[in-house]
Each structure stands twice: as structure tokens, then as C-alpha cells.
Design a protein around this ligand. Structure first.
Ligand code: SF4
Length: 144
């Protein structure tokens, strides 16, 4: 589909500005003693903690691949995945596969968060998506 039009809204530069403006931490060591500090602390617009270790793959997956151009929604997606204990790369691609299959439209950030919550609930749809991209693709053909 080419270059994502919303790329600048979810770029590293934009994320850095948000983090600094909201009194988060643009660098952070998630493990005591780590000198690399590739993690960070991402807060919401009110300065409340949302997530940490908010990485490129997560933003690429829930952002450009799902055509969601809102970093705050992507951060919530990261947090939900952390709380459930699921991998953001596989899950983001599973969500985009569900979009391709017509379950929700591309770019529907709130719908994306809803599907992630379904995984946490263990609903039938959530269990399908929680099984990953390949399984979601096969099922989307049947239920999309
Ligand atoms: S993920 Fe990054 S911050 Fe955390 S321990 Fe590894 S290098 Fe350090």
C-alpha cells in the first residue's frame, strides 16, 4: 500500500516530544544496572503513566500496519498487551489480519483496542485473534 500517510504522527521524533512534554522518560533502564537504557516511560496527556518499553515494533505494528495514526491509542494497545501477557508484534499483525478480513476497518483505533480487550476476556473472537495472525487469517475468511 506504500508509505503510511500518518507516519509522522507516530514517529520516534513525535514520541520523544510527547514524552518530554508529559514529563515521562525518553530513556529508561528497565533492568537495574543496564547502561543502554533503551526503554522509556510514556504518559498520557494528563501526565499519568500508560506504558514503558514502548518499542518500534509495537508502534509499527499497531500503527502503520493497522493504519492507526494516534500514538496514545497505540500506547494503550501496548499496555493492554502487557497486562494480558501477549506479544505485541504477533498480536498487531493478527489485528491487521482481522482488519484485512473485514472484522473492523483499517484505521479503527478504538475497534483495535476493543479486539485486544476481547483477547483478555477470552471471548470466542478474542481467542481467535489471540491465537495469532495465521489462525486469525483462516478464521477471518469464515467470519469476516
Ligand atoms: S530492554 Fe533496553 S533498557 Fe531494558 S535491559 Fe535491555 S537494553 Fe536495558
Amino acid at each position: 500500500m506504500g508509505r503510511f500517510e500518518g507516519a509522522n504522527k507516530i514517529s520516534g521524533e513525535t514520541m520523544y516530544e510527547y514524552i518530554v512534554d508529559r514529563k515521562g522518560k525518553p530513556t529508561h533502564n528497565c533492568h537495574a544496572g543496564c547502561v543502554i537504557s533503551c526503554s522509556q516511560v510514556y504518559n498520557d496527556k494528563d501526565g499519568n503513566f500508560v506504558t514503558a518499553g514502548f518499542e518500534y515494533e509495537t508502534i509499527w505494528g499497531f500503527g502503520a500496519v493497522c493504519m492507526v495514526d494516534d500514538l496514545d491509542i497505540i500506547a494503550q494497545a501496548d499496555r493492554i498487551c502487557d497486562d494480558i501477557g501477549i506479544d505485541t508484534i504477533e498480536t498487531a499483525v493478527a489485528i491487521s489480519t482481522a482488519m484485512e478480513g473485514g472484522i473492523i476497518p483499517f484505521g479503527d483505533g478504538q475497534g483495535m483496542l476493543g479486539l485486544l480487550r476481547e483477547i483478555g476476556k477470552g471471548s470466542y473472537l478474542g481467542r481467535i485473534i489471540g491465537n495469532g495472525a495465521a489462525f486469525t487469517g483462516k478464521a477471518s475468511v469464515l467470519i469476516g
